[in-house]
Design a protein around this ligand. Structure first.
Ligand code: FHN
Length: 428
């Protein structure tokens, strides 16, 4: 990537590195069977049997403004909605297909309502668009064998037919970029084996995207994951390598860097339970404490967290989701300064928790309640003063202190981040 392209990416991703925390929303027909978004593939549901869900889909309790208020209250600054997932169902009024929400009995353009509502609440908006499409007749799933590996074999056998699908896919991306106002993220998903990069006509796709919405940031999934030549991780990323890396369900041990060791923008996407799409029997929700610690860990490694919610077929977020997000929001209200615009600290990770840093402010996130006196090893002579973020109270930065000295929130059970400020070497 040339110096100029790196500068362009830095400019495009400035807001992303500031906002740090977003909402992922997986929603569509699969909310009716309520067994996750891969239900059609996993259960080999035929087109005819899946059509039942199209005919029935009517999310009469869908209130995008309520979703936006929920995300905002949780401290989230942006949101990404599935405009089309692998089943090919379009939540937007595409002129290129009849398989869309405006043709269901609801008649609604769900993407339109999403972008309008989240912008109205001051959040940035992104759209997830599946490169795979189990419904389109020219996507190499061909028929009901919609396992990705089968698609890969079929693609190799009949690339000409695949071109028709690519014309459709590019056309829909153009519709989304043209008809829904200023978007902030396009989140493509996913590439693998032979179906990656130019197999999607990715350079052409990127040129179109940059010509319509040049500020837009794009994930790295037009490329296959891993250390591939031309990916975002290399020194010579392709034009479609993307603006940020997208580790899924994991937080990379050392954040994400390119081959030269330079930190690059990245965002860990994670489910709140064990499913992206709504799964009515999935009770495995992460606690607010776990979500907060994952958010802190991402930021402490210069990354973002995109936390997923899966609304139900009526258009409502599950009650447990709302409970956890409310608790996360309470913490973010008091401690958001230790997240927004922060990144990796100049100091090594302490054994009792994590640091995040913004300018000359160091934030100590004390996780280990059982730990004995917590010493600011190596920092005591650098800290000008220390305050508890939650209430501004003074914290001794010289005497050893113990996390138990502070009022722990009942459910979080660790002290709020400390706010330290010290003169940076060049500011002495
Ligand atoms: O297959 C999809 C899956 O359904 C979900 O959308 C995740 C979210 O990042 N992406 C793919 C799996 O990597």
């Amino acid at each position: 990537m040339s110096g100029n392209e790196i500068e362009c990416r830095k400019e495009r991703t400035k807001w992303f590195l500031e906002d740090r925390f977003g909402m992922f929303i997986h929603w569509g027909l699969y909310a009716i069977p309520a067994r996750g978004e891969w239900v059609r593939s996993v259960e080999h549901i035929s087109s005819e049997d899946y059509q039942v869900y199209f005919d029935e889909f009517n999310p009469d309790r869908y209130d995008a403004r309520e979703w936006a208020r929920t995300a905002k209250a949780a401290g989230m600054k942006y949101a990404v909605l599935t405009a089309k997932h692998h089943d090919g169902f379009c939540l937007f009024d595409s002129k290129l297909t009849d398989y869309k929400s405006t043709n269901t009995q609801s008649g609604r353009d769900l993407v339109r309502e999403f972008v309008d509502a989240f912008r109205a609440e001051g959040l940035k908006v992104g759209l997830y668009y599946s490169l795979l499409d189990w419904h389109h007749p020219d996507y190499p799933a061909f028929g009901d064998l919609i396992h990705p590996m089968r698609a890969n074999e079929n693609y190799r056998r009949d690339p000409a037919r695949f071109e028709h699908y690519l014309d459709y896919m590019h056309g829909q991306v153009r519709e989304l970029l043209t008809n829904y106002g200023k978007l902030d993220i396009m989140w493509f998903d996913f590439s693998y084996e032979n179906l990656k990069g130019e197999a999607w006509r990715a350079t052409e796709l990127m040129e179109m995207i940059r010509s319509i919405q040049p500020h837009l940031i794009i994930d790295n999934r037009l490329e296959a994951s891993g250390e591939e030549g031309g990916s975002i991780y290399t020194n010579n990323p392709s034009p479609y390598a993307g603006d940020f890396a997208s580790p899924e369900q994991i937080i990379p041990p050392n954040g994400v860097t390119d081959a030269a060791g330079n930190s690059i923008p990245w965002e860990a996407c994670m489910t709140l339970n064990n499913n992206w799409g709504y799964a009515s029997t999935d009770r495995t929700y992460k606690s607010a404490k776990t979500v907060i610690r994952k958010l802190v860990e991402c930021v402490s490694k210069n990354g973002n967290l995109l936390l997923n919610v899966g609304p139900d077929a009526k258009g409502e977020m599950p009650r447990k989701t709302l409970e956890v997000l409310e608790q996360v929001g309470d913490w973010m209200t008091q401690n958001g300064d230790s997240i927004y615009g922060c990144g990796q600290a100049d100091f090594p990770k302490p054994e009792w928790g994590r640091y995040t840093q913004k300018g000359n402010k160091l934030f100590a996130h004390v996780f280990e309640d059982s730990v004995g006196p917590v010493n600011l090893v190596g920092l005591a002579d650098k800290v000008r003063y220390a305050r508890l973020l939650a209430d501004g109270s003074e914290v001794s930065s010289t005497r050893p202190w113990n996390a138990k000295m502070y009022p722990n929130d009942a459910f979080i059970n660790f002290a709020s981040p400390e706010h330290f400020s010290w003169p940076l070497p060049d500011e002495r």
